[in-house]
Design a protein around this ligand. Structure first.
Ligand SMILES: CC(C)(COP(=O)(O)OP(=O)(O)OC[C@H]1O[C@@H](n2cnc3c(N)ncnc32)[C@H](O)[C@@H]1OP(=O)(O)O)[C@@H](O)C(=O)NCCC(=O)NCCS
Length: 167
């Protein structure tokens, strides 16, 4: 059974555990690096700060009692009609069971409840699993360039999904 938990900053140890696992397992997928969140970067107040973004929703997916995935919805600065999906990760053992589907649907519902009409995200062009997942959920390429890739070979793609039921 899949359960989605909404976290508060007090849940930072759980978020930390999953986020460090995500950055170690899928460094190709994220703008942040494991090194940035280890050592001096691995501090309680920093994790609490990450879980205290005003207006954001931070989720952990629990499959059969075990935390196996995460994602966040965050407001888009200067654009109240949009929200952004970030930090999406499902542990390898739990992939292919619809965990990401549940996370995306929950963030989309959160965004609709906030009054957003569009859900945005950024994905690296070579991340084929994530790209297929997002296409299945109705995200299309906006043509905008996202952040530059660390190897200088291009930029992240910015995808958008229109939200039904938005005001
Ligand atoms: C992308 C990701 C979140 C998908 O999670 P998931 O719960 O397995 O999602 P799905 O079950 O819908 O599978 C998505 C795709 O992964 C692939 N997949 C399915 N089962 C898989 C498995 N057991 N192992 C690896 N990949 C699998 C498939 O290609 C599937 O694409 P499809 O829709 O064409 O079948 C997950 O693979 C992941 O965390 N990847 C690393 C981090 C990442 O890329 N995050 C996104 C950053 S933008």
């Amino acid at each position: 059974m899949l359960e989605l938990r909404t976290l508060t900053s007090d849940d930072w140890p759980l978020w930390r555990e999953l986020r460090l696992a995500a950055l170690a397992e899928a460094p190709y997928a994220f703008g942040s690096t494991l090194a940035e969140w280890q050592g001096d970067g691995d501090r309680e107040e920093r994790w609490r700060g990450r879980l205290s973004i005003p207006g954001a929703r931070d989720l952990v997916a629990v499959l059969d009692g075990r935390p196996v995935g995460m994602s966040s919805g965050v407001p888009v600065e200067g654009d109240t009609t949009a929200a952004e999906l970030i930090s999406m990760w499902v542990s390898p053992a739990a992939r292919g069971h619809g965990v990401a589907d549940g996370l995306i649907d929950a963030i989309a519902r959160w965004a609709v409840a906030r009054g957003a009409r569009t859900l945005l995200l950024s994905v690296r062009p070579d991340n084929t699993n994530a790209t297929a997942l997002y296409a299945r959920h109705g995200f299309t390429d906006t043509g905008e360039l996202g952040e530059a890739l660390p190897d200088g070979s291009g930029h992240e793609r910015v995808l958008a999904k229109p939200l039904r039921g938005a005001a």
